[in-house]
Design a protein around this ligand. Sequence first.
Ligand code: FES
Ligand code: FE2
Length: 466
Amino acid sequence: MCDNNSCGSARPNMKPVYPKADKYPEFAKLVDEEKSQVDRRVFTDEEVYQAELKQIFARAWLFLAHDSQIPNPGDFIRTSMGEDDIIVVRQRDKSVGAFINSCPHRGNRVCHVDSGKKSRGFICNYHGWSFGIDGGLRGTDGGVYDKDETFEKSEIGLPPVAQVQSYKGLIFGAFDPEAPSLEEFLGDFTFYLDIMLDNDQGGTEFIGGAIKSEISCNWKFPAENFVGDILHASWTHQSGAQAILGGGVDLGKRYDELAFQASIYGHGIESNLDKVGNTRTLGYPDLVDYVFDLSEKAKDRLGEVRARAIGAVSSSNVFPNFSFLPGQNTFRVWHPRGPDKIELVVWTIVNKNAPDHIKEQYRKGVMMTFSPGGVFEMDDGENWEYSTKVNEGYMTRQQPLHYALGVGTLDEERDLPGIVHKGSKNEANQRLFYSRWAEFMKYDNWDDLQNSKVTLPQNKKQQWSD
Ligand code: FES
Ligand SMILES: [Fe+2]
C-alpha cells in the first residue's frame, strides 16, 4: 500500500530517453509474429517505454472511473493516463470531464487527494490559482495576475482530456481527438465485457474504495497475464488455492473442451466456462450459490456461454492496461511508472441489485485473493518482478521470449465474436496482444489501426456488426 503522495508521483532519478519517431517501426519489429517471439527489450528499454507513452497511452482509450464512484456534480477521482496525472469530475449537467492535474502556472498538482465529493473546484497550493470543476481558471489569488492587461483568464485552464465516453458504467478517456469512438475502439469485445457489466438488469457499481500498491515490474507482464495466461495458475497459484479450497484441489484438472480464448484489437479473454471456478476461490459458499442462481437467470440476457462465464475460471484485459476477472469480480489498472514499475489500482465490482451480505463477501474475497495482501496477487507480483529484473541483464536480453503455445488452434467454427482459439491454456491472446502493441508502434493513424489485418477478425466483423 502507498500513501496519497507517493503513488502516482514521477519516478525518482528518472532519466527519460526520448526516441525519434522514425524509430517506432523498429520497435514494432521487436515482436516477431512468424516465430511467436518477443524481444526482451520491450520490458526494459527506456526508449521503448517512452515510445509506449506516446504511441499507446497518449492515443488509446484508457479506463478512468466507474459511474458509481462519481454520482453527483463535483464528485471526483484522481487517476492516471499513462504517467499523466488526471482528475475525473462529474459536471453540473451530469456529463464527465477529465483534466490534466497540473497547474498551467508552474505545473504543480492542483488536486492531491485520491477522490472527493461535491467539490466546487481545485486550488493550487503554490500561488493560489483556482479552477472550476469544468477545468476553467476562476481566480489568481488576490488578482495580481488579473490586473495585468496581457493576461486573458478565459483562455487558461486545466488541459482537458480530448474525449471522454462511457460503456455501461465504465468511463474511459482518450487524449487523441482523432481516436475513434470508444465503441469502435472496443469493437465486439463489448460482447465479453457484458459478462461482468450486464448479467443483471440493475447494472453494476464499484464498492469499498480502491486498493493501491506498487510492483516493480513492466506493465505488460500483468496485462499479458490477464489477457490469456491461465497456464500459470495451476503452477503459480496451486498452494494458494489449496489454502482456500482445501488440500485435495488440483487446479490443473479443471479445464474442459469448452474453454476458449477470444481476442479483438488486442483486447482478450480466456474462459473455462466451469461456472464457479473463480468465485469458489473467494472462499464464501454463499457467493457460489449466488453465482449459480445468477448464471441460470442470466441465460436469457447473455446466452449459455456467457452465463456460464460469469463465475468461471477466466481472466481478461482491455488493451492496453485495464484488466478484470469474471468470478472474482475485480477490475484493475496497471499504471506504468517507468519500464520497471507499475502502480496497481484494484476495485471490487458488484451488481447493484445484489444483497448487501453478498456485496460484502465479494469485497472481502477480493481483499483475500487479489490485493497486496491477497494470496494470488502476491504469487503473481513476485513472478512479474523477477521476470522484469532478470531481463535487464545484457546477455539475457539478447535471447527472445517464447509465446508459441497453441499456434494452429484457431477455431473458425465457434459461434463467438473475435479471433477465437481452442482451449484457454493457450498463448494465442498473448500473441495478439503483442501484435496490437506492434501495430500501435508502427501505425501513426487510426485508419490503419482500426482496419488491422492481424488483430481484427476480418471474416467475422460483418457477421457480428449486422
Ligand atoms: S504553480 Fe499553480 S499557482 Fe503557481
Ligand atoms: Fe495469477
